[in-house]
Structure formats: C-alpha cells, structure tokens
Design a protein around this ligand. Sequence first.
Ligand SMILES: [Zn+2]
Length: 215
Amino acid sequence: MQLWDFHTHQSGKECAIFNHLAPFSWTSSPCSMGIHPWYLDLHWEQKLIQIQAASQTSDQVVAIGEAGFDRIKGPEISLQKGAFYAQARWASALDIPLILHCVKGHDLLLEYLKSEKNPPAIIWHGWNQKPELAKQLLSFPVYFSFGKHLLQEHSNATEWLKGCPIDRLFFETDDSGLEIDSIYRAASLILRLPVEKLARQAVFNWNTISKRKIR
Ligand SMILES: [Zn+2]
C-alpha cells in the first residue's frame, strides 16, 4: 500500500511530493516549486521565471508552492499578495494545485478567492485552524492537508478532520521528521476508517484536482 506524503521537506522519499526550494531546475521526481513568503524579496519575479521554465519542461513538478501569506514572518503584505497572485495564476495555467502556507492570512486568502474567477485548487498545508474557518472555505476549491497536529488529541486539526469532506483531504509530514504512516494511522483512528481507504481516497483526490497525476 502506497501512502502518499503530499508535502514534505525530506528529499529522496518514495511516494512523496518534495517541496523544492531554489535553485529551481529540472527534476525527475515529484515535487512542488514555489516562493515561500519567508524567502520573498523584490527579486521574486526572476525566481518565478525559473519556476515557470522548470515546471513547463518537467511534469514531475506536480504543484506550485508552498506559497502564500505570513503576517508573522513575511515581508510587507503588498509584496506577498503580488507574489501569491502570480504563482496562483501559473498553477491555474498548468492546471495543477497550489500548496498554501498561511499564517494569520485567512482574510487575505478569502479576499483572493472572492476576487478570482479561475483560482487553482488550493491545498492549505499543515491545517490546524478552527473548523469554523475551514467551513468558510468550502464554497471555494480549497483542500486541507493534515500533518503532525493529528497526533494531538484535541487539536483543531483533529476536530476539523472529523468534519472535513472526504474529497477535500490530504496528508503530509512537512518538516516534522515523522514518518507518513504515523499520520495515516492517526487519521484512521480519528475517522474509524482503514488506512488503505484513506490512502486510496487521497490519491483519488489528487488526481481529481490535478492535471499531473500520481499513482
Ligand atoms: Zn512546508
């Protein structure tokens, strides 16, 4: 049984979408490429050109990101918005998802979603926000990737997993150093569904929203 890890910073794992940071170049294994708000500066447009070149020639770039908003550790919001909107447009052009990093930027995401007629599928990674916030996003193509917070009994992530539509979920290790099977096992206990069912569902979800398929 393949347990896909939809967002990780550990390279060399099988069945994983490795988050590739600069330099952005051709790649032979599944990855995402994007400009993280932490590493955003005035030269972001040059980085975007590299990302566009690499992702156009390699269909192993299966997502754009992580990209998004961070009010704690990012540069000024106007810069973050410019870079996010451009990356979202590119994800939409390739018909692949965007992996979202979002810290205290829920309103910025909603503002984007309300203003954009053709947004890409957006996967909010490391989801650990209140279920009420998640519900506000369900009328948009927003998906939720669950990670280490599922290992805490009463976390927001655990609460939302119980209410999250099954066609909106993904699983990840991010930078936790955990193995992905511990995340699937936690989700399996919370939802009382077999790990195999969750694994199949997550792959199905991916292949529903992305032109670049996984197996
Ligand atoms: Zn990450």
